[in-house]
Design a protein around this ligand. Sequence first.
Ligand code: C2E
Ligand code: CA
Ligand code: CA
Length: 510
Amino acid sequence: MIGVWFVAAEVELFESLHEYTRAHEDWDLDEIFSFIILLGFVLPVVLYERNRRLRQSLRARGVAEKRAKHISRHDSLTGLFNRRVMSEVIRKYIEASQHKGGSLAVVLMDLDRFKPINDLRGHDVGDRVLQDVASRLRAACKSEQVPVRLGGDEFAIVVRENDELDEAVGLARRIMTAMEPKFPIGEGELAVGTSIGIAVWSEGLDEDQLFRHADQAMYRAKREGRGRLNFFDDDLGERLREAAELEVELTEAIEAGQIVPYFQPIVDIANRRLVGFEVLSRWHHERLGQIPPTRFIALAEDTGQINAISWLVLRQACETAKAWPSHLTISFNLSPRQFRDSELAATISSVLLETGFPPERLEIEITETAVIEDLDYARETIERLRWLGIRISLDDFGTGFSSLATLSRLPFDKLKIDRSFVTQVTEDAQKAKIVAGIISLADSLELSVTAEGIETEDTYKMLANLNCDLGQGFLFERPLPGEMISELLLSGRLDGGYFEEIGGVASALA
Ligand code: C2E
Ligand code: CA
Ligand code: CA
């Protein structure tokens, strides 16, 4: 009986299952089982794969983010950190100094002769030099000092300072030494100098001010002759404030025509006859009186006003000197910056055309600083000016570092011995030797020589004995305004024996 019931129940169960599967036609039992079994195997694989992909994409994103971060903090050419990192480090160090004492300094470095490398040898060579500079910098830094490329040929390092403040100086010295060996380029090699400015932090200075101080110190290092190390001092800050005021006044002075040419006679040493004049700028300031060119010319070079001043003065000088006897020349000083101006020859030539002043009567004086950075460019420029009929003098000779051999590769007509040698020629045997040497060298190169700064009869005699061609100095005459020279010329007083009267008119008038 029980057996019959059991069989019946089994049949019933099968029938109801069958019914269930019929109701869900697409699901049959075998499939459900294999689905469950499959799920057991496949699910972990799918989950694993999904997880792996997720991890992979996260990793890729991480790499991209890292890369973006790297790019935003590094200079791509040299691999050094960039300005942004420097700002962070300065801020961090300032904070540390405020809390824990100690100090910091910014060492700013700029290459001296980089631009001509880029311009003349191409950017590839320039880039290689910068990469080389970067690795020399890395080597010169201690492990906690991080060199940064600020852009162009400017680099900086922020330094934690000790009480002696000698970390920055030590580093600057190491950098100077590291940059000394020439840089190999192609088959040749190139010397690249460095100018360094250092500013030390003091309470109250923020990051920008500290950086600006370093920049000013570096700029002054450049101005004072490159290849130097310079500290920022407050005195410099004061001078910069003064200069800023003067700059505004200079603009007004240019517009008001307060900057005028003075003329200092140049004489033939053999017979004391007048041959021409050096044009020297003078600024008649209403409040400060006469401001010497040594103060406003350098300022005008920095502010970019030098061209405005210079062409104004040259134009006036040509207008005035045009009326003077035609054998008299005028000698005009050009600043190094103007010499590098590609419009130079065109501008001078247009001043000559406008004023009708003959180019044969014009001489241009340029200093060694203007030519030494790039002799090839200098030669081209000098040749272009000479082609116009103008003569070129090498000014302030003896004060620079280049040899006459180097400079004689340029087609100068004349050489002016600097007054620092001439005024002491009678007292200082060393200087006398140098002057004699310059004169005989110039003679062998067929350059005519002018000695400036002749103040005494003894100096004059000594130069005459050395066969110096031309001379200029307070012994003959001081620089005078154009109208005064015109009067003297008209009265015939600048001819013949005039320069035998020691001191000239200026001393007679004084
Ligand atoms: P520099 O080219 O060496 O000019 C000669 C300087 O020596 C002049 O100074 C002149 O007045 C001075 N001097 C001449 N003879 C004697 C002397 O016997 N004894 C002494 N103690 N000094 C003498 P200055 O006029 O003050 O000009 C200074 C410098 O300013 C010039 O030096 C020149 O480099 C620059 N400069 C003047 N005018 C201009 C200009 O228009 N443009 C440019 N770029 N520079 C100028
Ligand atoms: Ca001069
Ligand atoms: Ca001079």
